[in-house]
Ligand binder design. Structure first.
Ligand code: ATP
Ligand code: MG
Length: 387
């Protein structure tokens, strides 16, 4: 209960104007039905650190079925973890009931409802991963709860694990990737003692579900400087553990320079809506071009079993994304030969330009400096004229 006392309703001023009104209305729906409801997790962390939150999570003491009744146009989803989902236009909001972890002396048979073990706000905070992800705020009452000391860590821009790192990382090693990503995205630091724990537990990441790692890779490519985030992962032994085919590219000066130069271009792009195929192409192409500078040889190389292993088993790419990537590799040398293109029939020219991954191939070749600005503009003009 010590934590609860520490978190006694701090009055705090959070700039709520960056939070979608729809989310606030969902909180009101829950409150008017007599429940407690709070903004929680990443959105509060982002607001306090000065960023615009991407997704809004809501936590409540209402059980999923109760929350569903209280919130207009919402439904209960999930079985292992029941949640309430409310769609508002293109946005969707997740409303979760406060949960707790099972106590050590509890048997699974004590919980016929599976992983849906509900708890108090305090218990819900302690099962979260990092202190800055365990803040609760209600904009109307201005009640703010910080049971794990997240506000102090936000002030120090510090990533701090909740509970014993050894235990929390064995429970779920994905938390390592989440921390490294958050640190780079939010300009926070990871204390040396926690970094050491991350290195020790990095090999366990291989036991995590590949789709979860894949989601993290995609999100990492969206941080301001993915290059530094990957360097950090190499430093911590994470790359060696989970992306062993990519790791050597982060060891050699030549390929490092290539990746740095290419990824520096990413900073100019809005990556929030970038398709996974595009993101994976940005990861793979600078490595491929470091290995083989001649784009004519990329297609052959991209179909090599080693690359298939990297794409499928390590990055978790889907079949169609792998096909898209090999097609980018097939198109790139043709983009270097505009003269050849000009000799083709109108029909073949337009089918070349209409290729689904053509804009991506053009963009990549320009950013890798295989095309000059004027060559790039020629292609863009051609594209606009023909299609
Ligand atoms: P982002 O949305 O930028 O990925 P986030 O922290 O909001 O960051 P979500 O996946 O949206 O991540 O999760 C919402 C909240 O759920 C987190 O802030 C955290 O409190 C909790 N959470 C998410 N993943 C974990 C995890 N692996 N272990 C414990 N708590 C987690
Ligand atoms: Mg989030």
């Amino acid at each position: 209960m010590r934590g609860l006392r520490r978190s006694l309703k701090l009055m705090i001023d959070i700039d709520i104007s960056k939070v979608n009104k729809q989310a606030l209305r969902i909180l009101e729906d829950l409150e008017s039905a007599g429940y407690d409801a709070y903004l929680v997790g990443g959105c509060l962390r982002d607001l306090l650190l000065g960023y615009v939150p991407k997704d809004i999570d809501i936590a409540t003491n209402a059980l999923p079925e109760e929350a569903q009744k209280a919130i207009r146009r919402s439904r209960v989803i999930g079985r292992r973890f029941k949640l309430v989902l409310a769609h508002r236009g293109v946005e969707q909001y997740e409303i979760s009931t406060f949960r707790r972890n099972a106590y050590l002396d509890e048997e699974p048979s004590d919980h016929p409802q599976g992983d849906n073990i509900y708890g108090t706000l305090e218990e819900d905070a302690w099962r979260r991963d990092y202190t800055f992800n365990a803040l609760f705020y209600n904009p109307q009452s201005k009640k703010f709860f910080d049971p794990t000391g997240g506000l102090r860590d936000i002030e120090k821009r510090r990533v701090q694990m909740i509970g014993d790192p050894d235990q929390r990382l064995v429970e779920d090693s994905i938390r390592i990737l989440r921390a490294v990503r958050h640190a780079h995205k939010l300009d926070c630091h990871i204390p040396a003692s926690l970094r050491k724990k991350f290195s020790e537990h990095a090999p366990e990441l291989l036991k995590s579900a590949l789709p979860r790692r894949r989601e993290e890779f995609i999100k990492i490519l969206r941080v301001y400087s993915p290059f530094h985030c990957f360097l950090d992962m190499a430093d911590l032994g994470i790359l060696e553990a989970i992306l062993p085919s990519l790791h050597p590219f982060f060891q050699k000066k030549q390929s490092l320079q290539n990746i740095r130069r290419c990824w520096a271009q990413l900073r100019k792009k809005d990556r929030s809506e970038m398709e996974p195929t595009e993101i994976f192409t940005w990861i793979l192409i600078p490595c491929l071009s470091a290995l083989e500078p001649d784009p004519k040889k990329w297609y052959e190389l991209s179909r090599h079993p080693e690359w298939t292993q990297l794409m499928k088993e390590e990055l978790g790419m889907f079949g169609y994304e792998m096909t898209d990537f090999t097609q980018v590799c097939e198109l790139t040398p043709q983009i270097l030969e505009m003269e050849q293109y000009s000799k083709r029939s109108e029909k073949r020219q337009s089918s070349f330009l209409r290729h689904r991954v053509w804009p991506l191939a053009l963009d990549i070749m320009y950013n890798l400096k295989y095309l000059s600005t004027s060559q790039y503009s020629d292609w863009v003009r051609e594209f606009k004229n023909k299609l």
